[in-house]
Design a protein around this ligand. Sequence first.
Ligand SMILES: Cc1cc2nc3c(=O)[nH]c(=O)nc-3n(C[C@H](O)[C@H](O)[C@H](O)COP(=O)(O)OP(=O)(O)OC[C@H]3O[C@@H](n4cnc5c(N)ncnc54)[C@H](O)[C@@H]3O)c2cc1C
Length: 450
Amino acid sequence: MTVRKQTDVVIVGSGPGGATLARQLARSKAGWGITLLERGRDWRNSPLYGTYPGAMLYTDRASFLYTREGLSIVRPLMLGGATSMYCGCAARPQAWWRERYGIDLEAHAEKTAAELAIGPLPPELRGAASTRIAEAAGELGMQWQPQDKFVQPERATAFDCGAKCMLGCRCRAKWNAAEYVDDAVAEGIDLWTGATVDKVLHGGGQVFGVRGRRGGRTFVIEAGIVVVCAGGIGTPLILQGSGLPDAGRGMTLDTTSMVYGLAQHEGIGNEPPMTWSYPDDGLGVMFSTLIDPWLNYPVAMLAKGPGYALTWPRWGRTLGVMIKLKDEVSGGIDRKGRISKGLTAGDRERLGRAEQVARRILRQAGCDPETLFLTPLRGTHPSGTVRIDSMLSRDLETAVENLYACDASVFPEALARPTVLTIISLARRLADHLANKSQPINANDAGSLR
Ligand SMILES: Cc1cc2nc3c(=O)[nH]c(=O)nc-3n(C[C@H](O)[C@H](O)[C@H](O)COP(=O)(O)OP(=O)(O)OC[C@H]3O[C@@H](n4cnc5c(N)ncnc54)[C@H](O)[C@@H]3O)c2cc1C
């Protein structure tokens, strides 16, 4: 038995892209039928949320997802998407969105920043060891700044942030896109969790719905507008499966690595992650303070060699400088979900220079030079797989009328910055664009019943 439904708008995926779009559209178009489909479940009230076993349950391949080149990718699959495990960092959309693509996101970002009280943590919560790293960088002429955060410590009953917060925020200080889903549900949208979309239905150049599976049953939802917000990996897979073969050709990953070193005193592991940062747009990297959570550390270091995994006992005294690289578009995702993303020669050269900078900062911060090493590379922001100007118009529409994408997949180039505020801003902009359609285009108008 196939479950069937008709609505005006279907949104696939509840990360910052899908959650924001659902909320904004529900608020501005009260009469429209909006269905939000999310393949994962809501883990926020589970005792496992924010724990190591929990993180294995709600991430793709139990957190053992790797590119063909061996880069690890953590891909949360749950209500709220990757904001359920992010570091809570916020960065204003860069000027190049307007200058190179004519996409003005600033007003949307400002509204969001005001609404979610985005700002740096107070000085006493930025961590003594993290602050020492920023000061060391300053002594070398790099003025690191306190990192803006989607974190409000006063929301927590007991603020207890550390590297472990990347497993999920248990104290609730950190904003999560699932909160926007709550707002959208309060406005009357229909939320289906556990609903995995595999295909967008279209014909004659026009969209007319989606197909997927939920609880062992197939569903077909007919709609006049479909917006795929399944993330940098999920969106190209759905579009490939729907006959748009260019999806997933090329990607950006904000390829990331850390330089670790042994400090004389406490390390940064029990301090909030990424409290200070320094974007170097000349070099095309962003530096910040970061270390792997305690149990992830040996697993991640094993990829470099057993000797590095054996540095695990030093975790509590380790300082880390993260390097997030603005990597060039390359590689991609095939229909089986296999990801290939090597670094270009240019990427490697810039990463090498950034590593030297990170090493100097850690030496200045008092680390023993003999203990410094670069961690294995990882992919923190799968993105740029369904790019604006290659596959999408600047209004985020595909070649199929009324089929849109709105998430990290649409980035035309790597950000090398926290992505979430930019994705929220893109979704607010798309909500305005869709709301300007004078009437909902329901499934019948779109000719779905042909
Ligand atoms: C450990 C970690 C730390 C990070 N730290 C930061 C940070 O501090 N600041 C920042 O800005 N960014 C950070 N990021 C990145 C950021 O969280 C992501 O780039 C962002 O959430 C991407 O948003 P999205 O809407 O594109 O997709 P996602 O957040 O990935 O959401 C996509 C959603 O779609 C669902 N989905 C996928 N396929 C289907 C399908 N077929 N059917 C139905 N649903 C589907 C998924 O389950 C998921 O919920 C971090 C990421 C990680 C993993």
